[in-house]
Ligand binder design. Structure first.
Ligand SMILES: NC(=O)c1ccc[n+]([C@@H]2O[C@H](COP(=O)([O-])OP(=O)(O)OC[C@H]3O[C@@H](n4cnc5c(N)ncnc54)[C@H](O)[C@@H]3O)[C@@H](O)[C@H]2O)c1
Length: 337
């Protein structure tokens, strides 16, 4: 089987590529323009098992078409996108062009070159600000409140429409909640992640907390402590990147026997900002400076998945549903940089 991973030099794509290289014999090609991904990540993955790396921007439509016609991939796992919410509000066109227009072209080339399975990275941002503090199921109405979420929702619709007119083009759309943690690789009994999260600028909470613990940042800002939650800080559903990655591998087989579908990926439980901070302080025994500042616009109090659909329909089972595993692996990864 031939698999194309777009965005495989990035955070999530590299974990999926790593699992594909380690646990399958599929022929892997990674396409990435290295805009937010790293060539070091590609070098590390090459040591696990050799694969074909194509440095290419998805906006180069003709080259994407040639690659797909030439390689005749069976499966595409599509991660390549921009994903900084704040930036999408300042520069919406950057997001619509890369996330929606380039995805549209990729899907067009995929259906023409007879790709059979398309696995797409979507996001809980498609749900927008769900006011009640209840777990979000796939039936919750979508209502993105920023161009990032809208660019992904539009791509979801395009994948679905393409599949409607092509019986041989099936999809799984995954809506990720908060992805965190790093490679659970052990060397001489020590957790030693080979790949992990490396965003610039970093906007995700857990890497920011571990950077502060390591002295790479002076202070950790908590944006508001007057939310309608037990300790007043926002609650999110943090899913270990290794579990998130294994769902993609499972989705490949799932589509052999099942029809296309949309699934949330989270653990159906949340942790508050203060719980994350305390956990990192505890596991590292480092006390660092924390300051509560004003709320940010558009931050919902509570964003937690209802993951019953994926557990019911897929064989996928999480293995790292532990805040310690998430924070410890993120910490060890950050320490190694
Ligand atoms: N990280 C999260 O918590 C999270 C949550 C929800 C959804 N997602 C989605 O998951 C996917 C991966 O996210 P990530 O955190 O790994 O991001 P990332 O920025 O680390 O990885 C994205 C990769 O895509 C590449 N890329 C971007 N545009 C490209 C283009 N035009 N052509 C070729 N390559 C391109 C980048 O160089 C990078 O390697 C994205 O689609 C994102 O929207 C992420």
């Amino acid at each position: 089987m031939k698999i194309l991973v777009t965005g495989g030099a990035g955070y999530i794509g590299s974990h999926v590529a790593k699992q594909l290289l380690e646990t399958t014999t599929y022929q892997i090609t990674i396409l990435d323009n290295l805009s937010t991904g790293n060539i070091e990540t590609i070098d590390i993955l090459q040591k696990i098992r050799e694969f074909h790396f194509v440095k290419l921007d998805l906006k180069e439509f003709e080259k994407v078409k040639e690659l797909l016609e030439d390689k005749k991939f069976d499966v595409i796992i599509h991660f390549a996108a921009y994903s900084v919410v704040f930036e999408s509000m300042q520069n919406p066109m950057k997001y619509y062009l890369n996330n929606t227009v380039n995805t549209t072209n990729l899907i067009e080339c995929a259906t023409k070159s007879r790709v059979k399975k398309f696995i797409f990275s979507s996001t809980a941002a498609v749900y927008g600000d769900v006011k009640q503090n209840i777990n979000i199921s796939e039936n919750t109405p979508t209502n993105p409140i920023n161009p990032y979420g809208m660019s992904k929702l539009m791509s979801e619709k395009i994948v679905q429409d393409a599949s409607k007119v092509s019986n041989n083009f099936k999809y799984v759309i995954f809506r990720y909640f908060n992805v965190a943690g790093a490679d659970m690789y052990f060397s001489e009994n020590e957790l030693s992640p080979r790949v992990g999260e490396r965003h610039e600028p970093e906007t995700h909470l857990i890497p920011l907390v571990v950077k502060t613990a390591l002295g790479k940042r002076d202070i950790l800002n908590i944006y508001g402590e007057d939310f309608d939650t037990p300790d007043g800080t926002c609650i999110r559903d943090y899913i270990h990147v290794e579990d998130l990655a294994s769902a993609h591998i499972e989705a490949i087989d799932y589509l052999d026997e099942n029809s296309s579908d949309i699934f949330n990926l989270g653990y159906s439980r949340g942790f508050s900002v203060k719980e994350i901070v305390n956990n990192v302080k505890e596991i590292t025994s480092i006390n660092f400076k924390v300051e509560v500042v004003e709320r940010r616009e558009g931050d919902p109090a509570f964003l937690v998945a209802d993951n019953s659909k994926v557990l019911e329909k897929m064989k996928w089972r999480p293995k790292f549903d532990s805040l310690e595993a998430i924070c410890k692996s993120a910490y060890e990864w950050e320490k190694s940089l």
